[in-house]
Design a protein around this ligand. Structure first.
Ligand SMILES: *[C@@H]1O[C@H](CO)[C@@H](O)[C@H](O)[C@H]1NC(C)=O
Ligand SMILES: *[C@@H]1O[C@H](CO)[C@@H](O)[C@H](O)[C@H]1NC(C)=O
Ligand SMILES: *[C@@H]1O[C@H](CO)[C@@H](O)[C@H](O)[C@H]1NC(C)=O
Length: 329
């Protein structure tokens, strides 16, 4: 139950070299201590700085009460998390529904530990957390811009631009035993540019335990040359890491992809591949307008173990009778 957000950072920072550093420990933050006031004081000074600044949370584990970092700031600003920031376990005292909120900031970078081209460096990873808001943020990274892991509940991602990066993902799920359910995920008004994937839900085959992912909604998303823009992949197996290709045991239900427009860099613009043993249920696909301009022909759509409900206008023809589901107009 303890609210814990691990912002496992990892963005490319283009100006970190010359940024002025505002170290929270100079503002009273102590490891293992509650540091919201120190964070706010450091943020306030950094935000007022006329030159690029970096608020640094050094190595160590810190806790924080709810805190909102507001802009506008005078120059680009970075929050650099080297240590680990956890929510104060006494979450019942929280007055608002956000824990760490960034708002009204231009030129904001959340960054830390890892070089931009390294694998598995998610921009923001959310896990075992609830009531998380990621708003008005520009993310460039070598892995997922945002990944939403097991145990995430009520996560709102709005007006985020992503790219380069691997897109915005729920998952990967189903790799470990005892994963907690994911539910209440709302990704809205985001723009993905030159990303290798778009918006997706991914789970590993042959999961050691059973879990669920439900109430997940992607809406008003613009794709500029994004690969696999609309994707459910329950056979997610990068680098051939899977011991077996048995069906995923993550049950996906109550999902929508609505108003997703733009261009795809892969012919397969929409792919919905669900688990053979636990088919996806109640998935709505509405108003999809994705174009592919490669030599192979127009964008196509494939699916398995799902019978999506199509509404509005969907301009991608079904590739083949692989869906095991109803055809659409
Ligand atoms: C989100 O996108 C929709 C559709 O493009 C638009 O009508 C709406 O104004 C946007 N909302 C915000 C808050 O940007
Ligand atoms: C899915 O939605 C239906 C209808 O709204 C609801 O009854 C059901 O409990 C939901 N399932 C999950 C797993 O959230
Ligand atoms: C759909 O696109 C994929 C990826 O390019 C391709 O392998 C497949 O043959 C296409 N299907 C059809 C029916 O065009």
């Amino acid at each position: 139950m303890a609210m814990k957000l691990l912002i496992s950072l990892l963005l490319l920072s283009t100006y970190a070299a010359e940024a002025q550093v505002f170290d929270v420990t100079k503002y009273g933050a102590k490891p293992k201590g509650e540091i919201s006031q120190a964070l706010l004081s450091a943020w306030k000074e950094a935000c007022a700085s006329p030159t690029p600044s970096s608020v640094v949370i050094p190595a160590g584990t810190y806790t924080s009460n709810e805190v909102t970092f507001s802009g506008p700031c005078k120059a680009p600003i970075e929050m650099k998390l080297v240590g680990t920031l956890q929510a104060n376990p006494n979450a019942a005292s929280f007055k608002t529904d956000g824990w760490v909120v960034f708002e009204h900031i231009e030129g904001f970078t959340l960054s830390g530990g890892a070089p931009g081209d390294s694998p598995n460096t998610d921009g923001i990873h959310v896990g075992r957390s609830s009531q998380i808001y990621i708003l008005d943020t520009d993310i460039k990274t070598g892995d997922d811009c945002i990944s939403i892991g097991d145990g995430s509940q009520q996560v709102h991602v709005e007006r985020v631009t992503c790219g380069p990066g691997h897109g915005i993902s729920v998952g990967s799920l189903g790799k470990y035993p005892d994963e907690e359910p994911v539910s209440g995920i709302f990704v809205k008004n985001c723009t993905l540019t030159d990303t290798s994937n778009g918006v997706r839900i991914k789970s590993w085959p042959a999961s050691p335990g059973r879990t669920t992912a439900s109430d997940i909604h992607f809406e008003n998303i613009i794709m500029n040359n994004a690969g696999n823009p609309v994707l459910i992949d329950q056979e997610y197996c990068p680098w051939g890491q899977c011991k077996s290709l048995d069906p995923s045991k993550v049950k996906i239900s109550n999902v929508s992809f609505k108003n997703i427009k733009g261009t795809s860099s892969t012919q397969e613009a929409m792919k919905l591949v669900c688990s053979k043993s636990l088919p996806c249920e109640n998935v709505e696909i509405a108003d999809i307008d994705l174009a592919y301009h490669g030599p192979e022909g127009p964008a196509n759509y494939t699916c398995a173990n799902i019978q999506p409900k199509f509404t509005g206008k969907v301009n991608i023809p079904e590739a083949a009778a692989t869906c095991g589901g109803a055809a659409h107009a």
